[in-house]
Design a protein around this ligand. Structure first.
Ligand SMILES: Cc1cc2nc3c(=O)[nH]c(=O)nc-3n(C[C@H](O)[C@H](O)[C@H](O)COP(=O)(O)OP(=O)(O)OC[C@H]3O[C@@H](n4cnc5c(N)ncnc54)[C@H](O)[C@@H]3O)c2cc1C
Length: 475
C-alpha cells in the first residue's frame, strides 16, 4: 500500500488531477489487449513533461517503488499489466510534436503522440512516418518504441527500429539520458537500438526523434481473391520469388473476411477461402507493369478474381477494413486472443495448415489476418472468457502454435512482444546463457528491477504461466 505522503508528493509534482486512485477509474488500466490477465494498479500518474516524469521516478526511487510505463494500452502481450508494481505511469498528457525538420526529414515527438498523428502532421509536406501498426489510430510512439512495432508496410519500409534515430529516456532513478540523436550515425554503442524493443524495462521513453520518409509518387492496391488459403500463400511466395517487393502484402482468411464484410461492407466475397491485399508503390513509371506482373502471379495460383482499387477512396476503404479487422472479430465471439509468431515466408503454408489442425484438435475457431509478406502470422483464437475449459484450450493451443513457429525456424513474436504472455516460451529460442546476457543488460539500465518488473523474463516469485484467466494484485 502506497503511503499517503508519497501520493501527496506525486500530486505536488504533476497536479492532483493527474493522479488517479479511484478503483472504478483504475479498472481502465488493469490490462491491455491481452485480456486474460488483469491487475489494477494502486495509482496511475499522468505526467505532462520529461521533467515531471523525472521527478516522479526520483520520488519512487527514494522509496524503492516499482512502476509500469503505459501508452495507449493497445499492446497484445500484457506489457503494461501491473505486475509487482503499484504505480502505472501513463503518457497520455505528453502528446506534443516538439519539432518537425522537413528539410532533414526528422520529427521529434513526445512519447504519448499517437502514431497516425505523426504522418498527419507532415502529410502536406509530402512526408510520412512509415511504421503503421493496424492500431495506429490509437497506439503511441512510446509504445511503438517499446515494442519495436511493425505494420502492413513493414515489408518494404522496415519496423520501428529502422525509423527511430534517438530517444530521450528517463531511468528508474529519475536520471534523464539522451540516446542517439538527429544524425544517422552516432558514435559509440547503439543504445537507441537497445531501447527500441525493450518493452518498457529500461526506463520511460519521453520523446523520440523519428525519421520521416517521402510519400511514394504513386501507389496501386490490389485485392486478390482465392478459393483456398494454400493458393493465397503460394501467391505470396510467388510474388516475393519474382523479385517484387510490395509495400504491403496482407492476408485474411474466410472467417476474418466474413467478420470484416459484416462490419464494413467493403464488398469482400464471403465465400472465398482467403484474400490477399497487395500494395505496390514507387515511381509512377513502370508501376502498372508491376501491377500486371502481380496480377499474373495471382492468376497462375488460381486467383478467381483480381481487383485493383480504382481510386484513393477505394484504397482507403480497403485499408480501413484490413486495419479494423481485429475490431470486427468482436462479432464472432465474446473474446479473442491474437497470437503473434513468425515463420520463414516459405513456411507460411505449413504453419497455416498446422494452425488449422491445432484449432481442430482443441475444438477452437481460429481466424487468420496477418502480414503474409513478412511471415508474421496472427492467428485469432475465438472463445468465451466465461468458459474456463475453453480458455484453457485457447492457452494450450496458443502455446502449440508458437512451438510450431519455432520448429519451422521462426520466432515466438513478430511484433507484439513477450510481455507477460510469452515469458514461458523464451527458453524455446534462447539458451540460459543468452537469457543471462539480456538480464545483465537490463540491470545496466534498471539495477533494482523496478521498471516494468515481471515482463520479458521470469522474475523469481512473480508471474507464473497463465493457465486460466486470472486477476492478480499489482503488488
Ligand atoms: C487492433 C490492434 C491492432 C494491432 N496491430 C498491430 C500491428 O499491425 N503491428 C504491431 O506491431 N502491433 C500491433 N498491435 C499491438 C500494439 O498496438 C502495439 O504493440 C503498440 O506499439 C502498443 O502501443 P501502446 O501505446 O498502446 O502501448 P501500450 O500497450 O500502452 O504498452 C506497450 C508496452 O510498451 C511499454 N511502454 C509504453 N509506453 C512507453 C514509454 N513511453 N516508455 C517505455 N515503455 C513504454 C509498456 O510498458 C508496454 O510494455 C495491435 C493492437 C491492436 C489492439
Amino acid at each position: 500500500m502506497l503511503s499517503p505522503g508519497l501520493l501527496d508528493d506525486i500530486r505536488a509534482i504533476v497536479g492532483a488531477d493527474a493522479v488517479i486512485t479511484r478503483p472504478n477509474e483504475l479498472r481502465v488500466y488493469e490490462c491491455d489487449g491481452w485480456t486474460l490477465e488483469k491487475s489494477a494498479p494502486e495509482v496511475v500518474v499522468l505526467p505532462a513533461s520529461t521533467g515531471e516524469v523525472s521527478r516522479v521516478l526520483r520520488r519512487l526511487h527514494r522509496d524503492g517503488i516499482a512502476f509500469v510505463p503505459r501508452g495507449a494500452g493497445t499492446g497484445l502481450s500484457g506489457g503494461c499489466l501491473p505486475v509487482a508494481a503499484p504505480v502505472t505511469i501513463g503518457t497520455s498528457r505528453m502528446r506534443r510534436i516538439l519539432a518537425v525538420d522537413i528539410a532533414n526529414r526528422r520529427a521529434v515527438v513526445e512519447a504519448g503522440v499517437v502514431n497516425l498523428a505523426v504522418s498527419n502532421a507532415v502529410t502536406s509536406n509530402g512526408l510520412l512516418y512509415a511504421p503503421d501498426p493496424s492500431s495506429q489510430m490509437a497506439c503511441t510512439i512510446g509504445g511503438n518504441v517499446a515494442e519495436n512495432s511493425g505494420g502492413p508496410h513493414t515489408l518494404k519500409y522496415g519496423v520501428t527500429t529502422n525509423h527511430v534515430l534517438g530517444v530521450e529516456l528517463v531511468l528508474a532513478n529519475g536520471d534523464v539520458v539522451q540516446l542517439g540523436g538527429a544524425v544517422e550515425d552516432v558514435p559509440g554503442y547503439d543504445l537507441t537500438g537497445l531501447v527500441v524493443g525493450s518493452e518498457g524495462t529500461f526506463g520511460i521513453v519521453t520523446s523520440a526523434t523519428l525519421r520521416l520518409v517521402r510519400q511514394p509518387e504513386a501507389c496501386k492496391t490490389l485485392l486478390a481473391i482465392f478459393e483456398s488459403v494454400d493458393d493465397a500463400t503460394a501467391t505470396v511466395s510467388g510474388i516475393i520469388g519474382a523479385g517484387i517487393v510490395p509495400a504491403a502484402l496482407e492476408m485474411m482468411d474466410r472467417l476474418i473476411v466474413e467478420a470484416v464484410e459484416a462490419a464494413f461492407r467493403f464488398g469482400f466475397p464471403t465465400d472465398a477461402g482467403a484474400v490477399l491485399i497487395v500494395e505496390l508503390d514507387g515511381l509512377e513509371a513502370g508501376l502498372d507493369e508491376h501491377v500486371e506482373r502481380v496480377a499474373a502471379i495471382c492468376r497462375v495460383q488460381h486467383a478467381r478474381e483480381v481487383r485493383v482499387a480504382r481510386d484513393e477512396a477505394e484504397r482507403a476503404a480497403l485499408w480501413k477494413s484490413r486495419k479494423r479487422a481485429f475490431g470486427a472479430v468482436g462479432r464472432l465471439a465474446p473474446s479473442y486472443c491474437t497470437q503473434d509468431g513468425v515463420v520463414p515466408r516459405t513456411k507460411v503454408p505449413e504453419i497455416l495448415r498446422r494452425i488449422s489442425a491445432i484449432g481442430q484438435r482443441y475444438r477452437l475457431r481460429i481466424g487468420n489476418v496477418f502480414h503474409a509478406g513478412d511471415g508474421n502470422i496472427h492467428p485469432i483464437l475465438l472463445f468465451d472468457e466465461r468458459n474456463e475449459d475453453e480458455v484453457a484450450r485457447v492457452l494450450d493451443a496458443g502455446r502449440e502454435i508458437l512451438e510450431a513457429c519455432v520448429e519451422l525456424g521462426g520466432s515466438i513474436t513478430g511484433e507484439h512482444g513477450i510481455g507477460v504472455e510469452k515469458i514461458a516460451q523464451m527458453p524455446l529460442l534462447f539458451s540460459p546463457a543468452d537469457l543471462s546476457v539480456m538480464q545483465q543488460l537490463r540491470r545496466v539500465f534498471d539495477p533494482d528491477g523496478r521498471c516494468n518488473p515481471g515482463k520479458v523474463f521470469p522474475t523469481p516469485g512473480v508471474c507464473v504461466e497463465t493457465t486460466r484467466p486470472r486477476r492478480q494484485a499489482a503488488i
